[in-house]
Ligand binder design. Structure first.
Ligand code: SAM
Length: 247
């Protein structure tokens, strides 16, 4: 996708990405649901090349860490100027970082209700601490592992929230039984053929009995959540005030 795409469209949810690699965007977000939503103006994308704010001939934006240590650090003056250049773009200022709070579905929902977000993609060893504080950047982690840059994290965050924007899925009914809605993982899914290699689709699902199908789905969602995610299960039990006897 050519980079000129970024400023074409100014309607919808405003995504602003500061990055050393603008060509990484929209990347996967230019395809399927997110791509269609981008083309139809449900969201718009502005990418800003951090390198444009370099102040020396070598166009460097990083420097050695005080106190020693491996790698380089992104300079606060350059990060600050880059953020100032997008002061008119709406939404919270996010900095993908392994030190951040873990991104989850409830965070995606909160972001989808904002008018947009500004995401600063770190590289090297990350940002000088002073500019994180001065600019009140909210650190957000996509998991307990270390990526080589914030761009894949930004794409994941964006993908999760874009599908929640009104009009992206076409109807809101698709969301109600997904994983993390109601605090549960999704129940097992089946489609045609009914008999595949001798494995038959559970009878309840083909019974046409609406209430029984609903109960089956809830039961399976509960047992999968209990087995795979004890943390979610505990929270679900608390929220639904269920006694441990139903385990
Ligand atoms: N020195 C950092 C540390 O130990 O926490 C890791 C820096 S990492 C090599 C470079 C950049 O990748 C970070 O500044 C951040 O923007 C991004 N990044 C790495 N892991 C991430 C994660 N789990 N979630 C979100 N962003 C991440």
């Amino acid at each position: 996708m050519p980079s000129s795409f970024s400023d074409k469209n100014k309607t919808g949810w405003h995504a602003t990405i500061l990055t050393l690699f603008p060509k990484m965007f929209p990347g996967p977000l230019g395809f399927s649901l997110a791509g269609k939503a981008l083309n139809s103006g449900i969201w718009n994308l502005k990418t800003v090349d951090i390198r444009n704010f370099a102040q020396n001939k070598s166009r460097s934006i990083d420097d050695y860490p005080f106190g020693g240590g491996t790698g380089m650090v992104m300079r606060p003056d350059i990060v600050d100027t880059a953020l100032e250049a997008v002061a008119d773009r709406p939404g919270p200022r996010l900095y993908p970082s392994p030190r951040g709070a873990i991104f989850d579905q409830s965070w995606a929902k909160i972001l989808a209700k904002e008018p947009g977000a500004v995401i600063f993609c770190g590289r090297y060893e990350g940002l000088d601490e002073r500019v994180i504080k001065a600019r009140n950047l909210k650190e957000v982690s996509i998991g307990d592992f270390v990526l080589s840059g914030g761009e894949p994290a930004a794409i994941i965050i964006m993908d999760a929230l874009i599908r929640l924007l009104p009009g992206v899925l076409g109807t809101t009914t698709g969301l109600s039984e997904e994983s993390f809605e109601n605090g549960l993982l999704e129940y097992p899914l089946y489609t045609q053929p009914r008999n595949w290699n001798g494995i038959i689709v559970p009878e309840t699902l083909t019974s046409g009995h609406h209430a029984k199908v609903k109960a089956w789905k809830r039961l399976k969602a509960e047992s999968i959540t209990r087995e795979r995610r004890p943390d979610l299960w505990e929270q679900y039990m608390k929220n639904n005030d269920k006694s441990s006897s139903s385990r």
